[in-house]
Ligand binder design. Structure first.
Ligand SMILES: Cc1cc2nc3c(=O)[nH]c(=O)nc-3n(C[C@H](O)[C@H](O)[C@H](O)COP(=O)(O)OP(=O)(O)OC[C@H]3O[C@@H](n4cnc5c(N)ncnc54)[C@H](O)[C@@H]3O)c2cc1C
Length: 501
């Protein structure tokens, strides 16, 4: 056990934080490679009453992987794909929790897996997979170093959620280790609640009775609390529970057939009003649209600055001064002809708001799409770099932000405010809800404070967080801020959560 659980010392400093840049503290750290090792660690922590913080790749933006004392349980070394399945229609892959999304993607596209220890059934399914039309795993939370366990734990989404839904939709089964080391295997459709009550049967000991919260879930995408519905599937309680109910040891995900052609279009506008008009037009026929992502003028300014000042960003395309907003549209089509039809539809939508399609960058192949991805990723990445820079001067600083679903007209209002020169700098808005959804806009706002004192605004619990956040945006006015995301919970509590042994 001593070799599994190590004292926490300075060489592990980076494990005290995630992409929220919130810095925690820890006494112990462990990097298990197997489910058995993880169970042993959990048993020891239960015995000694040591709190546990679970970590995947620490790409989370909510500070939830940042520890608050006790043991850091980092699963990044549980990185094997262990099984393949085929139910006659769909392929599945079972992966240990620490498998990174980028690695999984590589394996799926090359159809190459390390199959040591796989069952006969898995090997047969793999043979079928190698002969089937090309498959892919749709969830894309932008940061592809994220692990599957972390993605399931926080029900990761991302721009493609617009067409494919969030991580929840793609998880077929998972293995959950309870804090005392007992194991629950949950498969979709196999363990359902009776009303708001679940009885679950771990591999040993007494059954676990779970009272499901009685609140009504909003229809919009959210991860603000446990998923709760009458008669719900047990697996949905774990997805999005952020490591508070146990440790996800492995996840079985469903693959989808790769669209015949993927194309991207970055449409450039001189005003927010034009960009919003374009999206409204696009929404009247959103066939083959996988994602729609909005970057406002402030987000574009962040990229302009980065391109000038940071060697890692010189390959960003030049953004002419007239460009005040951009919309990225990703199209997933069956063939070239469909891509051409959809691009023509985009041209008409652009013309309807007085824009020339000559100002649109189109990506039709993998390397062009990678460049677009780099552009999109550069916004939050730049904000994080900015925060690191400011943190060096004032260690109390961290990022403030939010990720919220808003009706489109409110987004428009907000966008207009920022456009009209008031102080609210509101950037990096995404729209990533399914087309049928009533509230189809998702806003990511991020504020890199200049002083630690400003961060204290978040901790003022007198008002609901959203008002504090908007107030914070206003106050921050003169000092500049940028891109998307981060931590503030609906109930105003700290975003950090732990599973306690
Ligand atoms: C530039 C950038 C852009 C991003 N864009 C998006 C986006 O558009 N949409 C989006 O949804 N996310 C986005 N993210 C956030 C992040 O990448 C994802 O949410 C990711 O899924 C987290 O995975 P992880 O392995 O890094 O988990 P971590 O950050 O390590 O952990 C996240 C949470 O899951 C828990 N956890 C991790 N592994 C397990 C496990 N095996 N069992 C139980 N609990 C576990 C942790 O305790 C923590 O609560 C972005 C991040 C960055 C840096």
């Amino acid at each position: 056990m001593e070799t599994l659980i190590r004292p926490f010392d300075h060489q592990y400093a980076s494990y005290l934080r995630d992409e929220s840049r919130m810095e925690g503290r820890a006494d112990l750290i462990a990097f298990p490679r197997t489910e058995e090792e993880t169970r042993d660690i959990l048993r020891a922590c239960t015995r000694d009453n040591i709190p546990v913080t679970v970590q995947g790749a620490r790409t989370g933006l909510a500070g939830a992987a940042s520890p608050d004392g006790g043991l850091v349980l980092n699963l990044s070394r549980m990185d094997r794909v262990t099984a393949c399945g085929f139910d006659g229609t769909r392929f599945t892959l079972t992966a240990q929790a620490g498998v990174a999304l980028c690695e999984l993607r590589k394996m799926i596209s090359a159809r190459r897996f390390v199959t040591e220890g796989w069952s006969r059934q898995s090997l047969d399914a793999l043979t079928l997979l190698s002969r089937a039309p090309e498959q892919f795993f749709p969830p894309d939370p932008t940061e592809t170093t994220a692990t599957l366990g972390g993605m399931a734990a926080c029900n990761a989404s991302g721009a493609r959620t617009y067409l494919y839904g969030a991580m929840r939709t793609h998880v077929q089964a998972l293995t959950l280790l309870l804090t005392d080391g007992r194991k629950l295997v949950l498969a979709r459709g196999e363990q359902r609640a009776s009303g708001r009550h679940l009885t679950l049967f771990p591999d040993s000991g007494s059954p676990v009775d779970v009272g499901i919260p009685t609140y009504a879930m909003p229809e919009t995408k959210n991860t603000s609390s446990y998923f709760a519905k009458d008669g719900m599937d047990a697996i949905d309680l774990i997805i999005g529970s952020d490591g508070t109910l146990g440790v996800i040891a492995d996840v079985t995900v469903v693959l989808s057939p790769l669209p015949g052609r993927i194309a991207g279009a970055m449409c450039l506008f001189d005003s927010t009003a034009q960009a919003v008009g374009f999206v409204e037009k696009l929404r009247t026929d959103a066939r083959d649209v996988a994602s729609v992502e909005y970057f406002d003028g402030y987000a574009l300014d962040v990229l302009r600055d980065q391109r000038q000042s940071h060697a890692g960003f010189t390959s960003l395309p030049k953004l002419e001064p007239w460009i005040g907003a951009a919309i990225y549209v990703e199209l997933h089509c069956k063939d070239d002809e469909a891509v051409i039809q959809r691009l023509n539809a985009l041209s008409l939508a652009l013309a309807s708001v007085g824009c020339d399609d000559a100002n649109t960058w189109v990506a039709r192949n993998g390397s062009d799409l990678d460049r677009m991805m780099f552009f999109r990723h550069a916004v939050p990445e730049s904000v994080n770099l900015l925060i690191d820079k400011r943190k060096r001067k004032d260690s109390g600083i961290t990022k403030l932000g939010s990720d919220m679903a808003v009706p489109p007209h409110r987004r428009l209002l907000r966008a207009k405010r920022s456009q009209s020169g008031t102080s609210v700098r509101d950037v990096g808005t995404h729209r990533q809800q399914p087309p049928a959804c009533e509230h189809p806009a998702q806003l990511h706002g991020g504020v890199p404070p200049r002083q630690g004192a400003f961060y204290g605004v978040r901790k003022d619990r007198r008002q609901p967080w959203r008002f504090r956040l908007i107030g914070a945006w206003r106050r921050q006015a003169q000092s500049g801020l940028s891109a998307r995301h981060v931590h503030a919970r609906r109930d105003g509590s700290d975003a950090r959560r732990q599973s306690r042994a």
